[in-house]
Design a protein around this ligand. Structure first.
Ligand code: GZL
Length: 325
């Protein structure tokens, strides 16, 4: 049967119109579909390789899930975090998540969030509050365990005899307080291991270098045979200071740090760092699983611990290509 050209054109026109209507209906469905989840996130800053990886994980996961993420970088200042949380409350976000730069001083603004009926999720670091209902759940590492792992690794490295210089993290922060606590808990078992110098390097490479330079100028500097750094960035700064002072890092002074960033694996491969205790920054997927449950008023555990390991020089070369941060 010969189909006339008029008939053929009308079939084509009909198909085209149907396709357009269908696309519009799709768009309409998307628009009137589920409201986008709006999450306010206040990040500590961009002080370390760990933090950069943590931010990337959070932003990319929010994007993947179509979440409207309002992200604020506090540049390691608590007053900026408090301002950001107040702004999230004013915007009427669905959930507030944040990594508190220090443990104390957030109670008033968390009371304001509670009064506004906005649930709060802690990511990476904890807060000290008198009212535990001020946050729904805390996702992050067990920093005390990380400190224990660092001390056990150093005891193994030094045969239980060490005069230790300690580079402490940000004063008042949960990781600094708890890593020190776990480290000293294990040290109590080793009478010949003691911390002879300790100062904060604020989790940054620059400050870690500066403090290590001061340690090496101290009257008892020659006694130092071990360094415990609360994060890899400070350890990498200290390594630079040691080399500039003619000291062989990882040999003259054994070094254990925490995070497991790529730079630490490279330093271990070069024999300049001995052990890094992993602290997983890739919290995005777990964080938004929890945030979505909280937004849907589903039950979530009060505490979710991230999983992580310990890596030494022998594993560095094989591990390096697998590292995601
Ligand atoms: C740990 C995180 C710490 C990292 C540092 O979860 O809070 O803050 O160890 C970072 O590198 O600055």
């Amino acid at each position: 049967m010969k189909i006339s050209s008029v008939y053929r054109t009308s079939i084509a026109l009909l198909a085209f119109t149907t396709a357009c209507v269908f696309t519009q209906l799709q768009a309409l469905a998307a628009d009137t579909g589920q409201k986008k989840l709006v999450v306010g996130f206040s990040q500590v800053g961009a002080e370390s390789g760990w933090r950069t990886a943590n931010t990337e994980s959070i932003k990319s996961e929010a994007q993947k899930r179509g979440i409207d993420l309002r992200f604020s970088d506090a540049q390691q200042k608590q007053e900026n975090q408090i301002k950001a949380i107040r702004s999230f409350i004013a915007q009427g976000v669905d959930v507030i998540a944040f990594s508190p730069v220090v443990e104390t001083g957030f109670e008033p603004v968390l009371q304001e969030a509670k009064k506004a009926g906005i649930p709060v999720v802690l990511s990476d670091r904890a807060v000290k509050v008198s009212d535990p209902s001020l946050y729904v759940t805390f996702l992050g590492s067990d920093f005390v365990e990380e400190g224990r792992r660092a001390a056990n690794a150093l005891a193994k490295l030094t045969g239980g005899k060490a005069n230790i210089a300690e580079l402490v993290g940000t004063v008042g922060s949960a990781p600094a307080i708890d890593r020190k606590k776990g480290f000293e808990e294990v040290l109590a078992k080793y009478p010949d291991m003691k911390i002879i110098m300790s100062q904060s390097g604020d989790f940054t490479r620059a400050k870690g270098k500066e403090v290590m330079e001061a340690f090496l100028k101290a009257p008892n500097a020659k006694e130092i045979n071990a360094l415990f750094a609360h994060n890899d960035d400070m350890a990498l700064g200290a390594i630079q200071a040691m080399e500039e002072a003619g000291i062989k890092p990882g040999q003259d002074i054994k070094i254990v740090s925490i995070d497991g960033v790529r730079g630490a694996f490279e330093a271990m491969k070069d024999g300049k760092l001995n052990v890094t205790v992993e602290c997983n920054p890739l919290l995005g997927p777990q964080l938004f699983d929890l945030v979505e449950k909280v937004a849907n008023k589903e039950e979530v555990p009060k505490r979710v611990v991230s999983q992580e390991g310990v890596y030494d020089e022998a594993q560095a070369a094989a591990e390096l290509p697998k590292r995601q941060y």
